[in-house]
Design a binder for this molecule. Structure first.
Ligand SMILES: NC(=O)c1ccc[n+]([C@@H]2O[C@H](COP(=O)([O-])OP(=O)(O)OC[C@H]3O[C@@H](n4cnc5c(N)ncnc54)[C@H](OP(=O)(O)O)[C@@H]3O)[C@@H](O)[C@H]2O)c1
Length: 305
């Protein structure tokens, strides 16, 4: 498995992050098989959040793998906090409380990475900074990042937060690629020119913040998977043609498309199917040509100006 540095840190991470949002759909034996396979594939970076199945995903993860210090050292664990029922909460108390809960459920003393899950309108950067300082000083969190944040929201945090923001986890797939398409349509009148994210892709590249695309196989907001979906005939035709050329599955090509982008992204997969997970990992070895990358982009319905 190819690795990249996470943001400006010296932490080497596999290019595929294993998302654990759907882990509680497995039983304990299935979860153990899944986690062990991921690690055998070199995909030892696991993405959690305090809210996934109300904490059950983190609990099952630790339980299934019989978490102990030796296993813990072989993994890189990321979790997120800041979403509460009916609100977002980046208060110092909530961040600290949430991390304690995460550590307890994962049966570990530290998180490699903590992300703030979704922007809080009532954020006070100084409070976040105090929480991060405390978590860093106590050794509970080693690296910090954000999710679903635009450049100015990150800049606002940076007014007070001294730790580097190493990652920004954002929704991105072949069929949800507005952060890429808006870059082709600068200052034009068409719909693709609408910039919905404050140039987050360029900002993350300029500031060496690793983009972690979430839901790499979904279209819309959890509307379904675009692969093998009759609503996307042209896209599937093109992906299947390229998959046949490389003798891999369409799943591999969908991840390879994200990895081909020079921003050095780290897609977060969501599958709980072991064969699909292996297919995602295979993308690490594939480098699509420029022509293939653009062919897939256009086959998804994107029109170049
Ligand atoms: N930061 C955020 O706001 C945020 C939001 C959402 C998710 N996330 C993170 O991102 C991860 C991925 O999200 P996601 O689960 O929505 O992503 P996804 O990988 O796009 O979707 C996975 C789902 O699609 C299904 N699927 C069906 N056919 C598939 C195929 N050919 N290839 C791959 N999957 C296929 C999977 O089923 P099978 O299990 O049967 O394969 C699974 O239910 C989550 O686990 C979580 O860690 C973050």
């Amino acid at each position: 498995m190819r690795t990249i540095k996470l943001g400006t840190s010296s932490l080497d991470v596999p290019v595929i992050a294993v998302g654990c949002m759907r882990l509680s759909s497995l039983d304990k034996a299935g979860a153990e098989r899944f986690i062990r396979t991921a690690m055998e594939e070199g995909a030892n970076f696991f993405d959690h959040a305090d809210i996934y199945s109300g904490g059950k995903c983190e609990e099952l993860f630790a339980d299934a793998i019989q978490m102990n210090p030796a296993i813990r050292e072989q993994m890189i664990i990321q979790s997120k906090c800041g979403i509460r029922k009916g609100m977002f909460d980046f208060s110092k108390e909530h961040i600290l409380e949430s991390v304690d809960g995460i550590l307890q459920r994962l049966r570990t003393d530290y998180l490699d990475v903590l992300l703030l899950h979704r922007p809080d309108a009532l954020v006070e950067p100084e409070e976040v900074a105090e929480a991060f300082d405390k978590l860093e000083a106590s050794g509970k969190v080693r690296h910090f990042g954000v999710s679903n944040q635009n450049p100015l929201q990150i800049q606002l945090l940076k007014k007070a937060v001294k730790q580097p923001i190493v990652a920004n986890q954002l929704q991105l797939s072949i069929t949800n690629a507005t952060m890429i398409s808006s870059g082709f349509n600068v200052n034009m009148e068409n719909e693709s020119a609408v910039n919905r994210d404050g140039y987050v892709l360029d900002y993350c590249r300029l500031n060496d913040i690793t983009i972690q695309p979430w839901s790499p196989f979904q279209y819309g907001f959890f509307k379904g998977v675009f692969l093998d979906n009759p609503e996307f005939p042209e896209l599937n035709g093109k992906i299947n043609e390229i998959a046949a050329k490389y003798e891999v599955s369409n799943t591999t090509i969908a991840i390879a498309w994200l990895l081909r982008h020079p921003a050095n992204m780290q897609p977060v997969t969501g599958t709980m199917n072991i064969e699909r997970l292996k297919d995602c990992c295979r993308a690490s070895d594939i480098r699509l040509t420029r022509e293939e990358w653009y062919d897939i982009f256009r086959a998804a319905g994107n029109v170049l100006p």
